[in-house]
Design a protein around this ligand. Structure first.
Ligand code: GTP
Ligand code: GTP
Ligand code: MG
Ligand code: MG
Lengths: 278, 294
């Protein structure tokens, strides 16, 4: 492990493979290795030195997007809309946020705007019981925009600090579903032009290059203000976040590291970069 | 698209006899990039390229097709073979009733929805008496989710008894299946990480208890390089007999299909093409090949 070897073409090709295997994508991996080559080519280095240097390089790319989520309690409520494709962890993440807010003495209200999927409302209601945050819901197949509107009215009346809006999973290439999302936002604005104050796109760390399409289309259709990357407790290293940082520069507010209420952490670029390099 | 890139690579080459290694090297670089961009896992890409190279180098340059087209055909043929060949492989129901089908995979991949879809398919197409059983005691309202899907599909679901372990529920599901003469019992399990030893042991125990005719790995079509780790771990723990690729109605290229098939050797049997219970299709290698190659 302390054997030094030359950082030559073959070693650099191995590094590029490492980054590709971590989902950075071929373009970003090639670019990162190219920068690395110009500063270290031909030098004698141990594997550890190389990994540390590479991690530092990646952390530099990630630092600008490591922006913690800032709740504005003066808004009463700060309206947070959670969006993303199916199964990424939106509902669970809302539950985790509600848990954090309880611990911080922040009054949160949740609204179950996934009125379509089987047991989606009941799933959020369990999180409501676990965290003490009230859950606003409607009958099955209720219009999510109308429900969001009513929830905002109630949240304002109760002077809640934050309104967490759970939405149905939707594939970004389904125009009707993306229009439904735009409608939820339009209807909220009828009541409060500034709402929603945050639109968070939830991404699954196991996703490959399609994450770029997801961010691209969601960002084009609604004003995504930040990202959350879930399931980083798994074997997937989530290198797609590096590509996303380069391409879109959207803040990464949180990472999900498990299924329990406490498993939501701020995005730490140094730790993330180390995990990518292995 | 790859086809255009490859014909571009060979534009300079005109009827020179056989394709040389140098001729093919540039083409292989393009194929490698295309496959990685389509989310095929790196080790699988390397094997794939080796196969294509083996068949391309020394191949006679035919009069009727351009060299680029020739390599494209080789790439396409290797892809079809790698995806499991031309025919759709059916779900194996060759066992004494009640035939158990075990659904496994990572969190959120689509297991519960696919269980509902399978229930509907077996009931409608094969006129089978199906029991849907949820072994997920960890996700909030998971058992209710499957129960609601069962109602929509018009099939039975195992009554929910809170406080039972997944293994106890599996046992009860099989007993109910036998006692009430069901043809098929579909066992929906909780999403689990392939690196969680305890949960992999749990699903191994469930498999040993129920002896399923099929252990289906349910995978999201947009899965990236991790497909290899996940497929390997689930296969080593359980022996995967079939793969279901969900959310093929998205625009992911679907390279994970190739990775998973390569690592497990298991056929891709079905694809999910939407959220409704009838959105389940037989796997068509031609379509997936076209999508991965782009
Ligand atoms: N291991 C792990 N699992 C997670 C994490 N976040 C969510 N999950 C799991 O992922 C699965 C899907 O989570 P949901 O919260 O239902 O996802 P969703 O985006 O609301 O799904 P839809 O509403 O159906 O689109 C559940 O089994 C969660 O427990 C995480 O950070 N780590
Ligand atoms: N568009 C689309 N959505 C799908 C498909 N299959 C499942 N889904 C959706 O994906 C999300 C997750 O599906 P589930 O069936 O809850 O996934 P799961 O694997 O059981 O999740 P866990 O039990 O938490 O591990 C839901 O929103 C489903 O409606 C599909 O083929 N296409
Ligand atoms: Mg949800
Ligand atoms: Mg499930």
């Amino acid at each position: 492990v302390f054997v030094k070897r030359k950082l030559d073409d073959e070693a650099l090709a191995d590094l590029e493979d490492l980054l590709v295997a971590a989902d950075l994508g071929t373009t970003v991996a090639a670019r990162v290795v190219e920068e690395f080559r110009s500063s270290r080519f031909g030098k004698e280095v141990t594997d550890d030195e190389v990994k540390q240097a590479l991690a530092a390089e990646l952390a530099k790319i990630l630092e600008p997007v490591a922006q913690p989520f800032v709740l504005d309690r003066s808004l009463k409520p700060h309206v947070v809309l959670m969006v993303g494709v199916n199964g990424t962890g939106k509902t669970t993440t809302i539950g985790k946020l509600a848990q954090q807010y309880r611990e911080q003495g922040v009054r949160a209200i949740m609204v179950a705007c996934d009125t379509f999927r089987a047991a989606a409302v009941e799933q959020l209601q369990v999180w409501g019981q676990r965290t003490g945050a009230p859950v606003i819901s409607g009958p099955a197949n209720t219009d999510p925009a109308g429900l969001a509107f009513d929830a905002l009215t109630r949240a304002k009346a109760e002077r809640a600090d934050v309104l967490l809006i759970d939405t149905a999973g939707r594939l970004h290439n389904k125009s009707a579903l993306m229009e439904e999302l735009q409608k939820i936002i339009r209807v909220l604005k009828k009541q409060d032009e500034t709402a929603p104050h945050s639109i968070l796109l939830v991404l699954d760390a196991t996703t490959g290059q399609n994450a770029l399409n997801q961010v691209d289309v969601f960002k084009e259709m609604v004003n995504i203000t930040g990202l959350i990357v879930t399931k980083l407790d798994g074997s997937a290293r989530g290198g797609i976040v590096v590509a996303l940082a380069e391409e879109f520069a959207l803040p990464v507010h949180f990472v999900g590291v498990g299924e329990q209420a406490g498993d939501l952490r701020p995005f730490d670029p140094a730790e993330y970069a180390r995990g990518l390099v292995g | 698209a790859l086809t255009n890139k490859l014909s571009g690579v060979f534009d300079g080459l005109r009827r020179r006899g056989a394709l040389s290694e140098i001729d093919v090297a540039e083409a292989l670089r393009e194929v490698r990039l295309a496959l990685l961009d389509a989310d095929v896992a790196l080790p699988v890409v390397k094997d794939f390229i080796a196969k294509v190279k083996e068949r391309s180098v020394g191949a006679e340059v035919l009069d009727s097709v351009s060299p680029g087209q020739q390599v494209v055909k080789i790439v396409h043929d290797v892809m079809i073979e790698a995806l499991g060949g031309a025919g759709a492989v059916p779900i194996n129901l060759n066992a004494v009733a009640p035939v158990p089908i075990l659904m496994v995979g990572l969190q959120g991949s689509g297991k519960t929805t696919t269980s509902g879809k399978l229930g509907l398919r077996f009931a409608q197409r094969l006129k089978k008496k199906v029991l849907l059983a949820s072994l997920d005691v960890q996700r909030p309202a998971a058992q209710l989710q499957l129960q609601q899907l069962a109602e929509r599909a018009g099939v039975a679901s195992l009554p929910i008894i809170p406080g039972q372990t997944p293994l106890e529920i599996a046992r009860r599901a099989m007993e109910t299946g036998r006692r009430e003469v069901f043809d098929i019992v579909i066992l929906d399990t909780a999403g689990r990480l392939s690196i969680n030893q305890e949960l992999m042991d749990e699903v191994r125990a469930i498999r040993a208890e129920t002896n399923p005719a099929e252990t289906l790995l349910v995978v999201d079509a947009m899965t990236g390089q991790d497909a290899v780790q996940t497929a390997r771990a689930f296969n080593e723990a359980l022996g995967i007999t079939g793969i279901v690729l969900t959310r093929m109605d998205g625009d992911a290229r679907g390279g994970a299909a190739l990775s998973m098939r390569a690592v497990t050797g298991a056929p891709i049997k079905l694809t999910g093409s939407g959220e409704k219970l009838d959105a389940l299709e037989d796997f068509h290698p031609e379509r997936v090949a076209g999508r991965i190659l782009g």
